[in-house]
Design a protein around this ligand. Structure first.
Ligand code: 2P0
Length: 326
């Protein structure tokens, strides 16, 4: 009735931006990401508690945050097909919010894996990925390590919308992602609201969907061949296209700031001098740099020279795992 799981966050190389079903969290297009170590979230689920309790990073969760967790566990209970009683959930990330990467992907992946185990359900990446997706879309890509592809699926019930692992963490041990924190502030428009607004008002949205879907196969080829330059170029153009789609919304959504642009400019100059470094950018001002092991220290120095207040160097991460209970 009790289980603990650890999961890593992930960074999308081909981004997810926009839902075709808000309730089930079904995307308009597929996406592809790399799971990141050493950052992680550890979550314990215990059924049979006196009442539902959700503790996230030492705080009692309330409102929609709490509802999202409990809704996922209701789906677990339905799958188990037995009365499991109220749930106690304790979740803690080893990276501060200041890391710039949302902890929700790792958190919901760990919750799905721990929730299934606590309910006596077998370890099944596909089922765990579908569950994690219902908490937060990008979480479905954190159930497994390495390079994972969230297939949009076709079915209205979402049973074919989950992430599959294309290459495990050992496929490309030399690849590095360097998170550059330029701004620790909360973003003004959350991803969930920003993508909805983009779907509803951006005239570029259909082109975004078509392009992103096509890029998946290209990304897969570049990863298979360990072609950092081709993957870097793809990663940058996909990030630009996601931001261009959001910028074309009405009113426009701009997640970049002047420090973001300055870093991107500097990175281009370093690349001209022969440094293999590219960027991606989520719904916020903090770029994540793609490079290799030989250049991760130089990539960190580049980020700090551009005003990064914190830098986290990441390597490919592994699967979400269950931990022994004591
Ligand atoms: C991604 N992002 O592919 C994209 C790129 C942000 C930019 O997935 O509403 O927290 O819970 O499904 O997964 C962030 O959005 O949104 C995200 P919901 P989520 O990583």
């Amino acid at each position: 009735m009790k289980a603990t799981a650890l999961a890593h966050p992930n960074i999308a190389l081909v981004k997810y931006w926009g839902k075709r079903d808000e309730a089930l969290i079904l995307p308009h297009q597929s996406s592809l990401s790399l799971t990141l170590s050493p950052l992680s979230v550890t979550t314990t689920v215990e059924f049979g508690a006196s009442h539902d309790q959700v503790e996230l990073n030492g705080h009692t969760a309330k409102g929609s945050e709490r509802d999202r967790v409990l809704r996922l566990l209701e789906a677990v209970k339905a799958m188990a097909g037995k009365a499991l009683g109220p749930a106690k959930v304790v979740s803690r990330g080893d990276f501060p919010m200041a890391a710039g990467l949302a902890s929700s992907a790792a958190g919901f992946a760990a919750l799905a894996v721990a929730g299934r185990a606590a309910a006596g359900l077998p370890a099944e990446p596909r089922a765990a990925s579908i569950l994690a997706r219902m908490g937060s879309g990008s979480a479905c890509r954190s159930v497994q390590g390495g390079f994972c592809e969230w297939q949009r699926g076709e079915r209205p019930d979402g049973e074919d919308s989950f992430a599959v692992q294309r290459f495990d963490a050992a496929h490309w041990p030399d690849v590095r992602m360097v998170v550059a924190i330029l701004d620790r502030g909360e973003k003004e428009v959350k991803s969930r609201d920003g993508m909805k607004h983009t779907v509803e008002t951006s005239p570029y949205y259909p082109a975004w969907v078509q392009d992103a879907e096509q890029e998946i196969a290209h990304a897969r080829e570049h990863i298979a061949r360990h072609d950092l330059e081709a993957l870097g170029e793809l990663c940058e153009r996909n990030a630009w296209r996601m931001h261009a789609t959001a910028l074309a919304a009405n009113p426009p959504l701009c997640y970049l700031n002047s420090a973001t642009l300055a870093l991107i400019q500097h990175l281009r100059e370093q690349r001209k001098k022969g440094m293999p470094v590219w960027f991606t950018l989520d719904a916020g001002p903090n770029p994540v740099l793609l490079t290799d092991a030989a250049h991760e220290v130089a990539a960190e120095a580049l980020a700090r020279a551009c005003g990064a207040v914190d830098v986290v160097r990441c390597v490919p991460g592994g699967d979400a795992v269950l931990k022994a209970e004591h």
